[in-house]
Design a protein around this ligand. Structure first.
Ligand code: ATP
Ligand code: LTN
Length: 341
């Protein structure tokens, strides 16, 4: 009994983590090495809450059929990567109505000027100049709602999301300042930094799943022969030595990937490929990536073939998420002055 109490106490002291990924296309090796693999490792030490951020994804036009497929596949793939629904809460954002509701409320505590400064908004509105919708602009308020609903202490995000997290903190502090302590002000999770994977076609740019050039990214679900082909086509330089160096962005990126999947250091990799050319190295990176992804692909095909299981998991996740997030939403509405139902 005492043991159980002790364990509870430890559990209660666990910090809470929230993170999410958009099902805006096929999940890439960049997403996996930079984010998902780390999420899996966090599950033992933190109370984790993860979501497939499908509400965020429609800030860019989605084809309905493909979108539906991507949402379910993203859910199944995250399970295949090792998200464990016995340890963590894992749900689909649109299944939990509190997200859209709090996002609206927070919109009214977010300044136009703040949103205008978001670099992702500036980038995406240039990239999708024909569809600069209000959702693209207010995207960070929805992200703030995701995080603040669960009173998360920590948010693991890549460099590209740091500015959004900063804004979340500002919104939380502003609201707390007006109404008294309502939200936990979240910190960025700075633990083991995930690898930053660059595009295979333009190693100055990050590998991004919405890149139209399919050779720029490797999807976690790409077939082995596709993976090899994409690595063979990876842009490199006119040098021939496999080592980290200035102006060798393509090779630096491939070494980074090799290191992330094998655990070897850059020096060890350089030594191993001494006297060998880029062709051999590209092949070896491809093979190593295939090996890393093989068990995930196998699990994915099991999960995606069992729709009933997936449904059971995401329903369970949504139910727990709703329960937890409703408490925050109720508190917020009461503080603002809404009449109780
Ligand atoms: P999009 O192209 O739609 O912007 P994306 O591939 O950039 O998508 P996100 O959904 O924005 O991916 O990001 C999901 C998570 O993956 C985030 O935590 C992000 O930091 C991380 N991530 C995305 N791309 C990379 C990358 N190339 N290297 C490392 N981490 C990445
Ligand atoms: N905007 C993020 C995905 C995302 C997220 C979140 C990340 C949506 N809500 C809350 C952390 C916390 C992205 O595009 N990577």
């Amino acid at each position: 009994m005492q043991e159980a109490n002790k364990e509870n106490e430890i559990n209660e002291r666990k910090k809470r983590i929230f993170s999410a990924i958009q099902p805006s296309g096929t999940i890439t090796l960049g997403n996996y090495l930079g984010a998902l693999r780390n999420w899996v490792n966090l599950q033992n030490d933190y109370e984790c809450i993860f979501a497939v951020a499908d509400l965020h994804a429609i800030t860019v036009r989605q084809d309905p059929k493909a979108f539906k497929k991507n949402i379910l596949e993203a859910y199944a793939l995250l399970l295949a990567c090792g998200i464990d629904t016995d340890k963590s809460m894992f749900f689909i954002q649109s299944h939990v109505h509190t997200h859209a509701e709090l996002a609206w409320l927070l919109n009214c505590y977010t300044q136009f000027g703040e949103l205008s400064r978001m670099t992702q908004f500036k980038d995406k509105s240039q990239k999708h100049a024909d569809n600069v919708n209000a959702g693209l602009f207010t995207y960070p308020s929805l992200m703030a709602a995701d995080i603040l609903l669960y009173q998360a202490d920590l948010v693991p995000v890549g460099a590209d999301q740091v500015q959004h997290l900063e804004l979340t903190r500002n919104i939380a502090e502003r609201f707390n300042g007006v109404y008294g302590k309502t939200f936990t002000v979240p910190d960025a999770y700075v633990g083991t930094v995930g690898a930053r994977v660059m595009s295979l076609q333009n190693p100055m740019k990050k590998m991004s799943k919405s890149d139209e050039n399919v050779n720029a990214w490797v999807a976690v679900l790409d077939k082995p022969e596709t993976i090899i082909k994409k690595f063979k086509r990876a842009v490199t330089d006119s040098d021939s030595k496999v080592c980290i160096g200035e102006g060798k962005d393509g090779i630096n990126n491939l070494i980074g990937i090799m290191s992330a999947v094998t655990g070897k250091t850059a020096d060890e990799i350089t030594e191993e490929f001494e006297g060998k050319g880029y062709g051999d190295f590209k092949n070896a990176v491809g093979e190593a990536v295939i090996e890393e992804l093989r068990p995930i692909q196998k699990k994915f095909s099991e999960y995606i073939g069992d729709k009933a299981y997936l449904e059971e998991q995401y329903r369970k996740g949504a139910e727990s998420a709703l329960k937890l997030s409703q408490r925050t939403l109720d508190k917020v509405m009461k503080k603002i002055g809404y009449l109780p139902k």
